[in-house]
Design a protein around this ligand. Structure first.
Ligand code: NAP
Length: 338
């Protein structure tokens, strides 16, 4: 069975490690900081529709002497801002055969899967890795407290779309087949596609709204701002000539979209909310709203809402993070008139 080396022991990474581990895969989870300290000493508290349980997970630090093997699949489950650093750190590690003989570097011999929202991760990983599998995850996974991960999907744990994003199509197709089969066996609804970038572009239309959850304000106002952020992102992708699927195409099966309140996952608390709630130093808005701002600048169009939200979140993070941040009215000012 394929061994999975999963970098990032947060919401997605820990969920994949537990679910693949349950199906008999060897997994190695690469963590850092407080998460590494916690998981090295204690089990993960893992909550799903099936209830809560404690799971011991093998963990290491990225700088440790990792023994990568031919046949491993690397999964980058860090946020986009950490993708390039993790890929660079792992690229030139030796990969060995069963007897320990060194065959060559990871960048050449091990496929890497990028699960990030946004459009940057596949390009970043392909700077080092020959074979990059892009994956779009629709999963309600929360990592708001160190040592505790909650996943809300029911009856499937989550849904995903995956495709070869870079590299030799033959090698990529083999890795994609393995990854899809292993995730299906682990209770994910997952479909392989030829144009994964168009699905990543569909997902960013949704993800640009996430940061609004961090701001103080009424839900209907946030909803209106979210709709306008998505509309603006759609215009910018068109100006940049980036094709996208519709967000409805991301739903693979209505059943897999159902949500179990029993997991303790609450809606409106997505990845950026979780970063601010944990007081984590980094958040992903620079690669979500910031991706739209970047594309707008490169293609000579405006993106005032996404640019302003990126700025609000960036400045809030500099002040130490936390929830109920001020500034929603600055976004309302930018809403297009009737
Ligand atoms: N959560 C969801 O439901 C969901 C759904 C779909 C897609 N996604 C996407 O999946 C990606 C991961 O999201 P997430 O919510 O799982 O993030 P997360 O909970 O913040 O987990 C990422 C983890 O990676 C760790 N990390 C970063 N660089 C590392 C390194 N070099 N070595 C070891 N650990 C490292 C982080 O540590 P620190 O805490 O120290 O930063 C953090 O614990 C994001 O791009 C997100 O947009 C998430």
């Amino acid at each position: 069975m394929t061994r999975y080396v999963i970098v990032g022991a947060g919401a997605v990474g820990a969920c994949l490690a537990v679910e693949l581990g349950d199906r008999g895969h060897e997994v190695l989870l690469i963590a850092r900081g407080a998460t590494l300290e916690h998981l090295a000493a204690q089990p993960l508290s893992y909550h799903t529709h099936a209830g809560a349980r404690e799971v011991r997970l093998p963990v290491a630090a990225i700088g440790d002497e990792l023994n990568l093997r031919l046949g491993d699949i690397l999964v980058l489950a860090v946020k986009t801002q950490d993708v390039a650093g993790a890929a660079a750190e792992l690229a030139w590690r030796d990969v060995s055969d069963r007897r320990g003989g060194v065959l060559g570097p990871a960048a050449e011999l091990v496929p890497i899967v990028t699960v990030q929202n946004g459009l940057d991760a596949e390009r970043a990983a392909a700077r080092w890795f020959d074979t990059v599998i892009g994956a779009v995850f629709m999963i309600s996974a929360q990592y708001a407290r160190v040592g505790e991960v909650r996943v809300g999907g029911y009856p499937a744990i989550g849904a995903a779309i995956a495709g070869v994003a870079a590299g030799d199509p033959g090698t990529g197709a083999q890795a994609l087949k393995t990854f899809v089969a292993d995730l299906r066996a682990a209770n994910f609804g997952i479909e392989p596609v030829a144009d994964v970038r168009a699905y990543k572009a569909a997902k960013i239309l949704h993800s640009v709204r996430n940061g609004v959850e961090v701001l103080a304000g009424d839900r209907p106002v946030k909803q209106a701002v979210g709709d306008a952020l998505t509309a603006e992102a759609r215009r910018v992708l068109a100006a940049a000539g980036i094709e996208h699927r519709e967000t409805g195409d991301l739903i693979l099966d209505p059943d897999q979209e159902s949500f179990s309140a029993g997991s303790g996952v609450q809606r409106d608390r997505q990845s950026t909310w979780q970063s601010f709630a944990r007081g984590a130093g980094g958040h992903e808005a620079d690669y979500l709203n910031g991706e739209i701002a970047l594309l707008a600048r490169l293609h000579g169009v405006d993106a005032p809402l996404n640019t302003r939200l990126q700025q609000l979140l960036g400045r809030a993070a500099r002040r130490g993070g936390g929830l109920e941040q001020p500034g929603l009215e600055l976004l309302v000012e930018q809403l297009p008139g009737d």
